[in-house]
Design a protein around this ligand. Structure first.
Ligand code: BGC
Ligand code: ZN
Length: 386
């Protein structure tokens, strides 16, 4: 490929004779368009001021967002492109660094953040995850190419160093950061109470995010109840019990009854992807409690709720509900620490989440088959290179 315009962290760069690389891409707006693309290999010089880092991609996880992007329900190509390289859960090794990079050296392992700065005041202070802009830039999701490629280049500012001892589980860092942000926001909000000391937590949903939320809350010392759909025993319920948390199927113990038995909950993390659970969770919250919502629900479901009752209990109980999306660097750094604590406290637990590896970018079809139909899949991911 010659004379192509390539996306760079800063904009478009024309490079006539760049070497090419493979990538997994979709054509936004066209359902089921996932394919193997060829594009120019990115170069350090695309990042200004000598602050670029060239990363060789080792593994990339996929999730519901990738599913929605391939279903053409979400996602946009970068300006000047009709395709979008997907993949936002990255893990890689530094190949080369720009002249003014002191933070990383070749050989270091890194994970990249996802969202890039926009224009709101929150973006200007480095909290892109809190942007109020309508247009947001997310690598692998919206208007910026992602990491399901052989290489990527980015500003060192957006790369988080991974200790060598976490290299086999670090592909779980990005989903972990979604949980870390939610929990950190909850604690930050609860400083209003001056003496808040949460003891009982509930996690709604036992998928990847639910499992990681249970882990993060257990290592903070909370008594954790996870509500899932399926009856135990199965891998996810085993994993939850391995953390010393309890698992309940809502088929046998609906959330209201579960709250009577194990709650009320000081902190609830909602990650089911099913919005009616939000309103049940509101009723399972303790006085002064905090409910964190993380499900991205693209549909337009309607339900009836006991509005007066929910409102009254919220008002009389001084309760809080907060939405959370994305994560900035700060939460990636907390995530690294929690992954390390988890490895020390529950050795081998994180690896058990890595249920469905797929070897090589060329097997993108298998990657999506497992993502959409995989039975018992917790994390489907592509091993891009050794
Ligand atoms: C990603 C987040 C992103 C969100 C919305 C999630 O799958 O993990 O980083 O902000 O989708 O696009
Ligand atoms: Zn995601």
């Amino acid at each position: 490929m010659t004379g192509a315009l390539t996306d760079s962290p800063t904009g478009r760069v024309a490079r006539p004779n760049a070497p090419v690389m493979k990538a997994i891409a979709v054509i936004p707006g066209k359902p089921d368009s996932v394919h193997l693309a060829e594009m120019p290999r990115p170069e350090l010089g695309e990042v200004p001021n000598g602050r670029g880092v060239l990363v060789k991609v080792l593994s990339v996880g996929v999730d519901g967002t990738d599913k929605e992007i391939n279903a053409a329900e979400y996602g946009a190509a970068p300006p000047g492109f009709d395709f979008l390289v997907i993949g936002h859960e990255s893990f890689g090794r530094v190949e080369a660094v720009g002249a003014n990079v002191t933070e990383l050296v070749p050989g270091d392992f890194v994970v990249a953040t996802v969202r890039r700065p926009g224009h709101s005041i929150y973006d200007l202070i480095g909290t892109n995850d809190m942007t109020t802009d309508d247009v947001y830039y997310e690598r692998g999701i919206n208007l910026r190419h992602g990491y399901l490629a052989e290489y990527y280049v980015d500003d060192v500012e957006f790369l988080v160093k991974i200790p060598r001892g976490l290299k086999d589980v670090a592909v779980l860092l990005e989903p972990t950061t979604v949980v870390e942000k939610g929990i950190a926001q909850a604690y930050e909000i609860q400083r209003r109470l001056r003496v808040w000391h949460p003891r009982k937590a509930a996690v709604m949903g036992a998928g990847t995010i639910g499992l990681l939320a249970a882990m993060a809350l257990r290592i903070r010392g909370l008594d954790v109840t996870v509500f899932g759909l399926d009856r135990k025993p199965y891998l996810n319920s085993d994993l939850i019990e391995a953390l010393g948390a309890r698992y309940e199927s809502t088929r046998d113990l609906p959330i209201p009854a579960g709250a009577v038995r194990y709650g009320p909950f000081d902190l609830i993390f909602e990650a089911t992807g099913f919005s009616p659970v939000v309103f049940e969770s509101m009723q399972a919250l303790a006085k002064n409690g905090v409910l964190v919502l993380s499900s991205v629900t693209g549909g337009d479901r309607m339900i009836e709720v006991p509005a007066d009752r929910i409102n009254l209990d919220f008002v009389l109980g001084n309760k809080v509900m907060v939405g959370t999306v994305n994560a900035n660097r700060e939460y990636f750094e907390i995530g690294v620490k929690d992954l390390a604590t988890c490895e020390a406290q529950y050795p081998g637990w994180l690896s058990r989440l890595l249920t469905h590896p797929v070897d090589g970018l060329a097997n993108y079809q298998q990657l999506f088959e497992l993502l959409t139909m995989g039975k018992d899949a917790i994390k489907v991911y592509c091993r891009v290179a050794d």
